[in-house]
Ligand binder design. Structure first.
Ligand code: ADP
Ligand code: ZN
Length: 433
């Protein structure tokens, strides 16, 4: 087994917790001193940095939310003067106005270190050629993977996203062995391969490092099969550092969180109570080493659960489950809560369906209506009307059975739904328009 940083990845839990506590105390004290709004929140709760005596005492500290980052946009939550800030990134703005995060030189080093850990966990090393097809720019995907890939000494192809025909050319001509992008873009590229007459055997790809959006294991298997790779789920968010907070190792049993840098809690999003390991709730992260924008008890709105059981890969770092969706993605349809990923699971479980779908929600006569638009699988004849009808009915029934909601299933022509080069937009909610 190859590790990038065996000491921290396989640390004895007691020792890890001692390190976490030491770093937490330091981080809280620094933020209290340098970040006015954090100090104010601590005062409002009647808490002082010295009150954090055990790891559990983190529960005394106030939460931080995306709203705080918007309210104090752009610099009021920075923990260092601008003279010490080396880079500024912004979130993609999927759920509203983007927020900005400042990185010191040290933060950038930590970031590349955890991404190097992730790439090594997947199986990559300096002999690999890594094509980075996440967008480069303010979005953390591109530059985050870039610096980490550089750190392991791999040959980096900084392709950025878009210009998909060129992506395929690069992948083939330069013999990329690792592809990094969003799962929906990987799927799109796999469709284009067929279109350009490139076979997966013509490529040298071994691994795909995919993340930045919710996706199912069914989608992972589909991409693995189409591209001939082992697909690894990578998780991260700008507020915490960017991609590289967690990644699936080769055992594929959840994503290892770099806990020596990112302390994780899972809370009930309603009551804000901390939940025990194994229970699904909202992930809350505290950055134990980041200084540019101190991030303490950040509510991610991402839903998952964690386990601290040692993994068969030998790592002791906690593992988080695949994200079911962010709470903002949750659709309430006639009182039933549904995540797009649940519908994706149903579609892919049916075997013959293509993983390209779009959900349209509307309200007609005060009733919520869900329409599932799905592309006709390429191997089904367009004129096989009976076959198509049977497929649509089958999907509708399966969604009803599994999720308890009725819906309308519309089969659309292959390649007619929009493709994304970054994060896929799976839902149009007309009720909000
Ligand atoms: P934005 O919140 O504007 O999309 P980011 O670009 O920082 O900003 O994206 C971070 C978010 O992307 C996470 O909070 C999460 O919702 C989603 N995300 C990132 N990686 C994954 C993943 N592997 N699986 C599911 N969702 C992910
Ligand atoms: Zn593992």
């Amino acid at each position: 087994m190859k590790y990038w940083d065996e000491k921290h990845e396989c640390m004895d839990r007691k020792e890890l917790e001692r390190l976490q506590l030491f770093r937490l105390q330091k981080t809280v004290a620094a933020a209290y001193q340098s970040v006015g709004p954090f100090r104010q929140k601590m005062r409002d709760k009647g808490v002082l940095p010295g009150d954090v005596k055990t790891l559990e005492d983190i529960r005394l500290l106030p939460f931080m939310s995306k709203q705080d980052l918007r309210d104090y946009y752009p610099f009021a939550l920075f923990g260092k003067p601008l003279s010490e800030i080396a880079r500024i990134h912004a979130s993609s703005g999927t759920t509203g106005k983007p927020i900005v995060i400042g990185y010191t030189k040290n933060d950038l080093d930590i970031w590349s270190e955890v991404v190097a850990r992730c790439l090594t966990m997947v199986g990559a090393d300096k002999n690999d050629i890594i094509q980075i097809s996440y967008g480069y720019g303010l979005f953390t995907g591109g530059l985050g993977l870039h610096d980490g890939a550089g750190k392991i000494g791999a040959a980096v192809i900084p392709a950025s996203s878009g210009n998909s025909q060129r992506q395929i050319m690069l992948m083939k001509d330069l013999g990329a062995t690792v592809l990094c992008c969003t799962p929906s873009y990987a799927l799109y590229l796999s469709e284009l391969l067929a279109e350009f007459g490139v076979k997966k055997e013509d490529l040298k790809l071994k691994y795909a490092v995919l993340g930045a959006e919710a996706w199912t294991s069914g989608m992972a298997r589909e991409i693995e099969q189409r591209l001939g790779v082992s697909a690894h789920n990578i998780y991260g968010l700008t507020e915490v550092i960017g991609p590289g907070v967690a990644i699936e190792c080769q055992a594929g049993q959840g994503m290892h969180i770099s806990e020596d840098h990112f302390l994780v809690e899972v809370i009930d999003p309603e009551t804000e109570e901390v939940l025990p390991d194994g229970m699904t709730g909202e992930l809350v992260f505290t950055c134990l080493t980041k200084e540019g924008t101190p991030t303490i008890r950040y509510r991610t709105r991402d839903l998952s659960k964690i386990t601290k059981e040692k993994c068969s890969c030998g790592r002791t770092l906690a593992r988080m489950d695949r994200i079911m969706g962010r709470s903002d993605d949750m659709l309430t349809i006639r009182g039933v809560n549904v995540y797009p990923s649940q519908i994706e699971s149903v579609l892919l479980d049916m075997g013959q369906t293509s993983p390209n779908y779009h959900l349209v929600v509307d309200r007609v006569n005060n009733l919520d209506i869900l329409e599932v638009q799905m592309e006709i699988p390429g191997d089904l004849a367009l004129d096989g009307i009976r076959q198509l009808e049977a497929l649509a009915v089958g999907i509708r029934r399966k969604i009803e059975q599994t999720l308890g909601i009725s819906c309308k299933v519309t089969l659309v022509e292959p390649r007619s739904l929009p493709r994304s080069e970054g994060k896929a937009k799976r839902v149009t909610d007309r009720r909000k328009m």
